[in-house]
Design a binder for this molecule. Structure first.
Ligand SMILES: Cc1cc2nc3c(=O)[nH]c(=O)nc-3n(C[C@H](O)[C@H](O)[C@H](O)COP(=O)(O)OP(=O)(O)OC[C@H]3O[C@@H](n4cnc5c(N)ncnc54)[C@H](O)[C@@H]3O)c2cc1C
Length: 425
């Protein structure tokens, strides 16, 4: 029987809980952190700004993982990827990440997550369908005995002067304040794509960065946020893959040319640059006419959500020209975030851990985007490490009673004036 969090005081206008570990966030990194901490014997509360299972960047998307099976070949695979990072990443972290992510993908299969099968009957575990993956993770989190607070955004961390000892926020649907006393906190609040409204990112406003900075943690690589992805004009659908098979045209119908002078027939990867340059000059249109009929069926089946905006607008994207734009993805597919100082994803502020897109991923991808595979595996692995690290820290502090008076650390958003509240109780 898993141990659960304890109510300190509960009133209609105020919820006050105590637990070993508090996880902030409701995406994959938060879910894995919560399960890992509970498995390590901790009582755990997870507070999400949205609803665990549908919030965050993964839930409405398909995420390919960086899936590298055990064996000597891992070193060569990591080495190749490392070269693409301008040799700025750290191969030791990359190897740790692929190993832990692979183990957790197998764990998902053992738990009964319905991975599809290859033609030869082997399970295909390299891709996670966002909606059912996150619905599945919600069930695992609840089975682990974690107390889940949906629609309870955290607004600030709490300190006892030496270490982080919890967080406080508001319950949006129940209209009450909340406070959770915890011996360790994991920030898994995702990246920041402020006001861009890309898939799943409406709530990703960088709250974790602010809370970490207010607690004294460092941010790193925040200049590496210039990641943009193609989307149909007027839609939030920043799924780049279908543009792998697109041609691009100006308003007068003239084609956009690639580096060899031939019409451009692929708009992702390095080719995004040519599309971006043409977009600066004026409106741009695309057609997914490089996809053979069999591929069209595969794209529709594999990425059904990609086609919703076209269907709604009555556009056949394989035959009709449609206007496109670029969407800024900030640190959701960029690399900056909260700096990590140890293998268990500690931040350097005692009691504060970080996972997923909230963390800097320079050690994994240098200055280039981790989208397309690395970020998803990073969420699987860093969530696991942070959950273990936080619960181990909590056990070490186990003898220390929670104080009723703690120092609330919120400044910029909550108390911008020169008169901070001294204490919350
Ligand atoms: C369209 C799209 C496609 C993608 N495809 C891929 C891919 O194929 N491969 C790949 O590797 N990566 C991909 N990514 C990136 C991947 O989705 C992210 O790296 C991953 O979701 C990160 O997980 P996370 O748990 O750290 O953050 P998220 O999944 O973004 O979750 C963050 C969570 O924090 C919560 N939160 C925010 N603020 C607060 C607060 N103040 N209090 C409490 N909770 C808060 C949010 O509600 C949310 O639940 C894609 C991203 C997008 C947008």
């Amino acid at each position: 029987m898993p141990k659960t969090a304890r109510a300190v005081r509960s009133a209609p206008e105020r919820l006050h809980l105590a637990a070993d570990v508090l996880v902030l966030g409701g995406g994959p990194s938060a879910a894995w952190a919560a399960v890992a901490a509970a498995e390590n014997g901790a009582t755990v509360v997870l507070a999400d700004k949205g609803y665990l299972g549908t919030s965050g960047a993964t839930a409405p998307s398909n995420t390919g993982t960086w899936c590298v099976p055990p064996g000597d070949n891992r070193h060569a695979v990591v080495e190749r990827r490392w070269q693409r990072t301008g040799e700025l990443a750290d191969q030791r972290w990359m190897l740790r990440c692929v190993d832990t992510a692979y183990r957790n993908l197998l764990q998902l299969s053992e738990w009964g997550y319905p991975f599809p099968s290859e033609d030869d009957g082997r399970l295909y575990i390299a891709n996670l369908r966002g909606p059912d993956y996150m619905r599945f993770m919600r069930r695992r989190v609840l089975l682990a005995g974690v107390t889940v607070l949906d629609h309870h955004p955290a607004l600030e961390l709490l300190s006892d002067g030496d270490a982080i000892v919890g967080a406080a926020g508001v319950g949006r649907q129940v209209e009450r304040d909340w406070r959770v006393d915890a011996r360790a906190v994991v920030l898994a609040t995702g990246g920041c794509a402020f006001r861009e409204r890309i898939l799943g990112s409406t709530g990703l406003t960088g709250d974790g960065y602010l809370m970490a900075a207010e607690a004294g943690a460092s941010l790193s690589g925040m200049e590496f946020t210039g990641k943009y992805t193609l989307a149909p004009h007027g839609s939030s659908l920043n799924k780049g893959l279908p543009f792998r098979w697109a041609s691009f045209h100006r308003e007068d119908g003239s084609p956009i040319l690639g580096p060899t002078g031939e019409p451009l027939r692929n708009g992702i990867g390095d080719r995004e640059e040519e599309v971006a340059r043409a977009l600066i000059e004026g409106p741009l249109y695309a057609r997914l006419d490089q996809a053979e009929p069999a591929l069209q069926g595969w794209l529709r089946q594999g990425q059904p959500n990609c086609f919703v905006p076209y269907d709604r607008a009555g556009i056949d994207p394989f035959n009709d020209l449609f206007r496109i734009t670029l969407r800024a993805e900030g640190t959701v597919r960029g690399t900056g975030g909260i700096d990590i100082v140890s293998d268990d994803c500690a931040t350097g502020v005692p009691g504060l851990y970080v996972a997923g897109d909230a963390a800097s991923r320079e050690i994994m991808t240098g200055a280039v985007s981790g989208g397309g595979a690395v970020n998803s595996s990073w969420a699987l692995a860093s969530g696991w490490w942070a959950g273990k690290g936080a619960s181990t820290h909590a056990r070490r502090r186990g003898g220390k009673a929670f104080r009723s008076e703690v120092l609330p650390l919120g400044q910029a958003g909550l108390r911008p004036a020169a008169s901070p509240r001294a204490h919350v109780s």
